[in-house]
Ligand binder design. Structure first.
Ligand SMILES: Cc1cc2nc3c(=O)[nH]c(=O)nc-3n(C[C@H](O)[C@H](O)[C@H](O)COP(=O)(O)O)c2cc1C
Length: 398
């Protein structure tokens, strides 16, 4: 995990979205970063420093004039791996663009030469104002990275225009990506394709054959690869899940569409993770009107859908990771799949095992590869499973 053991300064300025920064501080700490929170005076009006102290387990800084930390603005500019500003007010952007140093956070930013990740949040008219836009441009030219603002409801009411701060999860993912890129991890800059979710095959305009795959395992893999700095293309069947921030997403419905979508992006990929559960059968014909119950008895003829793995033209350097959901003696089936489908790894899980498979947030998998013994993992959250899979596949990257 790129955040583990890293030193992060979270600068919070005085916007309504500062309540979301509490969640961000928590998530950063859970990711095992050492988090020093710096509040502007206005931010302290919104959230008391003690809240951040409790969440991070570290003292919070609010002023240049704290005798025990007299040169904090210089130390906190130099040592952290990353400075995150969330929320960044219009006022903070203006002060930073002007090079003012009139409080601890502004002084720290003026002394900062390393990366800054900035999540602005403000009224939509304040964001659209030419002064704010000019400040953002100036700071971007100086190397600041921006995330958001997003369109969506603001504290003062509904809005279709950007102003709202990106969600803490998206900021966390952007921070992980930034740090992974810096660390030169083995996934940084590599193209990774992930399939996720079920597919749907229509028998008529309103009825489908599908399965209960939630897409969580594939989305977790996409998030984990993004966190390691990979360029991720997520090809997803219909799911309820929010798209992982930073992934290029392609939405598909049928297995044939998924096959075409994977082929279209595979050319320069270094790894393909086929975590989707595409339908193996589809109706041999699709009615163009809804079949009525009054039609009485219905016999549905099914035909096999394209076998995505078998029909792909694969780049030589792309590692192929298949998933096998079995009921019963899966190990033999997984080994067979590895051979016949010419895969580098097969991730096996047992649909009958409690906590594994569809519709749950955990998984218990065994990873089978051409080299070595199967790796049996304990029951873990899907995101942890994703990290363990990436650790293993990483060793085979060329
Ligand atoms: C209730 C309230 C909500 C505010 N929300 C925002 C906001 O979301 N974004 C913003 O840029 N300013 C907002 N402001 C204005 C800032 O607090 C003000 O510009 C302040 O000077 C910012 O100081 P700072 O940048 O040093 O934190 C808000 C003010 C109030 C009273």
């Amino acid at each position: 995990m790129p955040l583990a053991g890293r030193h992060v300064v979270l600068g919070v300025s005085g916007g309504i979205a500062s309540y979301k920064s509490c969640v961000l501080a928590r998530r950063l700490t859970e990711a095992r970063a050492a988090v020093d929170v710096v509040l502007t005076a206005a931010a302290s009006e919104f959230v008391r420093p003690v809240v951040f102290e409790a969440l991070t387990g570290r003292p919070v800084l609010t002023s240049l004039w704290q005798p025990e930390r007299a040169l904090a603005h210089i130390a906190l500019a130099k040592t952290p791996d990353l400075v995150i500003l969330a929320p960044a007010t219009a006022n903070l952007l203006a002060r930073a663009a002007m090079g003012l140093a009139d409080d601890l956070l502004a002084a720290l930013l003026l002394a900062r030469t390393g990366p800054v990740l900035c999540a602005p949040a403000m009224n939509d008219a304040m964001w659209a104002h030419p002064a704010t836009q000019a400040n953002v441009k100036t700071l971007g030219k100086r190397g600041w990275q921006f995330i958001g603002p997003e369109a969506g409801p603001l504290a003062e009411g509904p809005s279709e225009r950007p102003g709202r701060m990106s969600e803490p999860e998206a900021i966390l993912a952007a921070a992980e990506r930034l740090l992974a890129g810096q660390g030169g991890g083995r996934w940084a800059g590599r193209k990774v394709v992930v399939t996720a979710g079920p597919t749907r095959e229509h028998m008529d305009p309103v009825r489908v054959i599908t399965n209960p795959s939630s897409g969580r395992m594939g989305y977790a893999l996409a998030e984990a690869a993004l966190a390691r700095g990979a360029d991720v293309v997520l090809i997803t069947g219909p799911t309820e899940l929010p798209l992982p921030a930073g992934a290029a997403a392609v939405r598909v419905e049928t297995t044939a569409e998924m096959q075409r979508a994977v082929q279209a992006v595979l050319k320069d990929a270094q790894a393909l993770f086929m975590a989707a559960a595409p339908a193996d059968f589809r109706p041999a014909s699709t009615a163009d009107r809804k079949r009525a119950r009054s039609d009485g008895h219905l016999t549905l003829e099914l035909e096999a859908t394209p076998d995505i793995i078998a029909t792909l033209q694969r780049p030589k350097t792309c590692l192929m990771v298949g998933f096998a959901l079995e009921t019963g003696d899966g190990l033999a089936r997984a080994r067979e799949k590895l051979q016949t489908k010419r895969l580098d790894f097969v991730v096996l899980n047992d649909a009958l095992e409690p906590g594994a498979g569809f519709e749950v947030t955990t998984n218990k998998v065994t990873i089978v590869s051409k080299a070595g013994e199967p790796v049996i993992l304990p029951l873990l959250p899907k995101r942890d499973v994703a990290d363990r899979i990436l650790d293993l596949v990483e060793s085979a990257l060329t």
